[in-house]
Design a protein around this ligand. Structure first.
Ligand SMILES: Cc1ncc(COP(=O)(O)O)c(C=O)c1O
Length: 472
């Protein structure tokens, strides 16, 4: 327990934790990694609990990348000169590594490098051949970068349908999913989008939905951004048509690179609304025509972030060295302990301190925990105050609705009627404060903590100690 400081309470809690979660011991290599690659966390006294917001990089990733940059002459990959050739080789190596990491066959899947998960999602939204009578189906529980696709489908006369995620567990019932899947019209274009893991509640929606939906005529867009940092997505077992992700969420560095992983026929189905440098074979001004490039190139606008893309290769190596299974196992143990410890906190009058949004058990859930704190009269404490106090203890957590308004509305009990009233009464713009006022000052947000690659018991313990200060 080298990385922990040795207060008696911490040591005692750690012993009990190890008894309850014996698998944690099997992940002891991560403690060595934390001391070696993430020493900045303890050196600067940070308690980092926002891995769903952004992953952390190990210093060895940076060292490898800096060495590469120092020793390589990179040319723009849109040429065939020697420096350009070297850059293209490194990009190809990274593309192959991404496919390999996700166990995706190159015959089945292609990689489109994007700036982030949002750009990957937008590529699908803007290029999917929505037309009048087509369908876009999605869960309430989705990031805004998926919700935003509805603007594309509406503009072309397609229909948007949401499937509710029901509190307190924030899961989707089989009946409502099956009913919604019936909406697919044979011969039309039907797109179904859901997150493999919720960035709000940590719920892992079943990957079995992919085949179930495809059998009924849907193309499936899987938002894997919050799932892949601590879970293996095996694309030889699951076959979504489109997968979106950001690499910084997996291993912290580089930021600014994400991917759309798409099945070749699904990629062919997309029609880009414009063309750009790199996305065409030939374009003519006078003939007013252009021909799109084949495969991934048709979707990679302009020049790729070619000095950073090789760092993705190193990031994947880093994750492979640590072992995704170890990260998953450790996250699982810490999440279980956090849930158990937080839900046990009670005010003197017996009322629970923590209101949890999402599953209280470990089954089909990831390492993201969202909650509000309640005072002894049952009033929700302001999440902004909690964030402010956490900051004083150098605890990095996230508050608000985490760009997932659908899950937030369901979890916090905001009805369609009151939301419509607010939106109808506002003009062209609405600030967060206006919105809050409109719903009678009720809480429109929550507090989120999340565990990841470098987490240890002390991080979890520190948050529970922090929460205890709110007990009366
Ligand atoms: C589930 C999910 N989808 C999409 C995104 C968008 O990712 P990015 O901001 O990297 O584009 C996020 C970011 O938090 C997320 O958690």
């Amino acid at each position: 327990m080298t990385a922990l400081d040795h207060s008696t309470e911490l040591l005692q809690a750690f012993e009990e934790f190890q008894r309850d979660y014996p698998d944690y011991e099997k992940t002891h290599l991560i403690d060595e990694l934390r001391a070696r690659d993430f020493s900045r966390l303890d050196a600067q006294g940070h308690i980092y609990l926002d891995y769903t917001g952004g992953g952390l990089y190990g210093v060895s990733q940076i060292d490898r990348h800096m060495d590469l940059l120092r020793g390589t002459v990179f040319g723009n990959p849109h040429s065939v000169n020697p420096t350009s050739f070297r850059t293209s080789e490194l990009i190809k190596k990274t593309r192959d590594h991404v496919l390999d990491f996700f166990n995706a066959s190159p015959e089945e899947y292609g990689i489109v490098f994007t700036a982030n998960a949002s750009q990957a999602l937008k590529l699908v939204g803007e290029s999917y051949p929505f037309d009048v009578g087509d369908n876009f189906l999605l869960t309430f529980d989705n990031h805004n970068s998926v919700n935003g696709i509805r603007e594309f489908d509406r503009a072309r006369g397609a229909r948007t349908t949401y499937i509710p995620a029901v509190p307190p567990d924030m899961r989707v019932s089989d009946e409502s999913l099956d009913r919604a899947l019936e909406l697919a019209v044979t011969g039309d274009h039907n797109l179904f989008a859901f997150p493999a893991q919720s960035n709000f509640s940590g719920v892992q929606h079943p990957l079995e939905w992919i085949e179930r939906a495809q059998k009924r005529g849907w193309d499936v867009l899987l938002d894997a951004a919050a799932f892949v940092p601590t879970n293996r997505l095996d694309l030889s077992q699951w076959h979504p048509d489109y997968v979106a992700l950001s690499f910084y969420k997996m291993f912290g560095y580089p930021t600014g690179v994400g991917a759309l992983i798409a099945r070749w026929p699904a990629l062919k189905k997309l029609h880009r609304p414009w063309f750009a440098g790199g996305t065409i074979t030939v374009a003519s001004v006078q003939a007013d025509r252009h021909y799109p490039a084949e495969g991934s190139a048709a979707f990679e606008d302009g020049t790729l972030d070619y000095s950073n893309i090789p760092a993705v290769d190193f990031g994947l190596d880093f994750l492979e060295t640590v072992g995704l299974e170890q990260i998953r196992q450790r996250s699982h143990c810490l999440t279980g302990w956090l849930l158990q410890s937080l839900l046990a906190l009670r005010h003197r009058n017996g009322k629970q301190l923590v209101q949890l949004f999402g599953p209280s058990g470990l089954e089909s859930r990831g390492a993201t925990i969202t909650l509000n704190l309640k005072d002894s009269s049952g009033q929700t404490m302001d999440h902004e105050v909690i964030e402010h106090l956490a900051k004083k203890r150098k605890i990095s957590l996230r508050t608000g609705c985490f760009c997932n308004p659908g899950a937030g509305e369901m979890a916090l009990g905001l009805s369609k009627q009151e939301l419509l009233k607010c939106f109808q009464s506002s003009g062209q713009s609405m600030t967060y404060d206006d919105f809050r006022l409109c719903i009678d000052g009720r809480s429109v947000g929550a507090v989120r903590i999340s565990i990841g690659i470098a987490s240890n018991f002390k991080d979890a313990f520190s948050f529970v100690e922090f929460a205890k200060q709110f007990l009366e």
